[in-house]
Design a protein around this ligand. Structure first.
Ligand code: SF4
Ligand code: SF4
Length: 449
């Protein structure tokens, strides 16, 4: 009985095998392209939001500003920790996913791809702006109209103006940027900023309008730097050789690659940036073709397929990135410690430059407040009789981050000797520090008659 059943099942399976199966098409194309475009747009938005929100900005007069807090070189744990954290995270990213930054995030590639797309739309597929092979730009005869040239040129100019504005956000808050773009005078804006901006717009126009991916191919050192962390396990393009007959008269994936790589011959150390454009191209081709079965022949894969050793992804990743992982944790700890021990203010006491008959009477108390919000500070001097000195003021008001000087003057009635004194500054917000100093009064030598 059992034998009969088995025979029946076997024959059903045989029959099923005869039925041609069309696998679900386009597994990557449906999401990979949308995901990449979303990441590219998100990166551009982030590049503007980071300075505009005050998360990170460079103040020409005081240095780095983070969330309206000045970060000085003396805040070494924040500065060093932050860079160690970011650098080690990037190194882990390079060794895990290779030069993915170029394909998915780099504003240069985003602008170049967008410019290519616009050029194709208004001038046709063969309208390459610049080609080192010497092939001349061929504008499709149907698209040869002045209107198309004007629309394309105007679009490229607008994009260049936007790109050139991004660095300005890193130096000025949004309200000053508004004054800048509406041509309103503001003394806080640097002289000649409009001229500097126009030069930047021109450079960006040359880049987006003409150079485009030539920068990626021949000039970008950052791509080479990322490439140096690539290993056999790094994310790469994998090609299904078993179905290579699908490629007989097709070149679609090679045409879609802006780096002119043939993804059908992936190499461990090729210059692929894992943008996935070729994967999408092949998947789309298969989804539209009635002759080609199954999904596309190209996929993005992690792991060493060249030596036939597929390791566990996380195990492989951490074995390569052990030192970088340690550095990331160390950097994060440094940043946390730096933030916890952040000093919102500082002060020092200097001898004033003004001497009176070779005798120093005046000291300058230099107060620095590092946060862009109002604060009130109080100064007092201890260790010396109050009748023997005077303070220019005991209360200092800050409307925002900045520096103020207060003069401390000792009486010229002080007898010869050393006077130890302590200057104590207390902020309403709770911060307090003291500074110890010694005032020396030398014996007055009567002038010879
Ligand atoms: S797009 Fe796909 S089918 Fe066409 S050549 Fe490339 S891998 Fe082969
Ligand atoms: S080979 Fe494919 S994934 Fe690599 S850069 Fe070219 S198009 Fe992008």
């Amino acid at each position: 009985m059992q034998g009969k059943n088995t025979g029946y099942v076997m024959s059903a399976q045989e029959s099923l095998k005869q039925i041609p199966i069309r696998e679900a098409h386009a597994p990557g194309a449906t999401w990979l392209h949308v995901a990449r475009r979303s990441v590219q747009v998100f990166t551009l938005v982030l590049l503007v939001l980071i300075p505009a929100s005050g998360l990170f900005r460079i103040d020409p007069s005081s240095g780095i500003l983070m969330l309206d807090h000045q970060v000085w070189f003396s805040d070494i744990f924040i500065i060093m920790g932050f860079w160690i954290f970011i650098a080690s995270l990037l190194i882990m990213m390079y060794s895990l996913v290779g030069s993915v930054f170029c394909g998915w995030m780099c504003p240069q590639n985003t602008a170049s791809e967008w410019a290519n797309m616009m050029t194709e739309k208004y001038l046709g597929r063969r309208a390459n702006m610049m080609d080192v092979s010497g092939i001349k730009m061929q504008v499709a005869s149907r698209r040869k109209s002045w209107l198309n040239y004007v629309i394309l040129g105007f679009s490229l100019l607008l994009a260049s103006m936007f790109y050139a504005l991004i660095p300005v956000f890193y130096f000025y808050p949004p309200e000053l940027i508004w004054s800048f773009i509406t041509f309103q005078y503001d003394p806080a804006l640097a002289n000649g900023l409009h001229w500097i901006y126009m030069v930047c717009v021109f450079i960006m126009l040359m880049d987006i309008g003409v150079m485009r991916h030539l920068i990626c191919k021949y000039m970008c050192i950052y791509r080479v730097w990322q490439h140096s962390f690539k290993t056999r396990d790094t994310l790469h393009i994998s090609y299904d050789k078993t179905r290579s007959d699908h490629c007989k008269s097709c070149h679609y994936c090679v045409d879609s690659c802006f780096l002119d790589i043939d993804p059908r011959q992936p190499e461990v150390f090729d210059s692929c940036v894992n943008c996935g454009a070729c994967v999408v191209a092949c998947d789309e081709l298969h989804s539209k073709s009635k002759k080609l079965d199954g999904p596309g022949l190209l996929t993005l894969k992690l792991g060493d397929e060249w030596q036939g050793k597929y390791r566990g992804m996380l195990g492989s990743f951490f074995s390569r990135a052990r030192a970088a992982t340690f550095a990331t944790v160390a950097g994060a700890i440094m940043v946390v410690y730096g933030v916890a021990s952040y000093e919102p203010a500082s002060f020092s006491v200097y001898r004033s430059d003004s001497n009176q008959a070779d005798q120093i009477h005046d000291y300058r108390i230099n107060l620095a407040y590092k946060i862009n919000q109002a604060e009130h500070m109080h100064i007092r001097v201890e260790g010396i009789d109050p009748s023997l000195f005077s303070l220019q003021t005991q209360d200092v008001q800050f409307q925002s981050a900045g520096r103020q000087d207060v003069v401390l003057r000792f009486s010229d009635q002080l007898a010869e000797g050393l006077y130890r004194f302590r200057v104590i500054v207390t902020a309403d917000g709770g911060w307090t520090r003291d500074f110890q100093a010694v005032h020396f009064v030398r014996k007055q030598i009567p002038a010879k008659s």
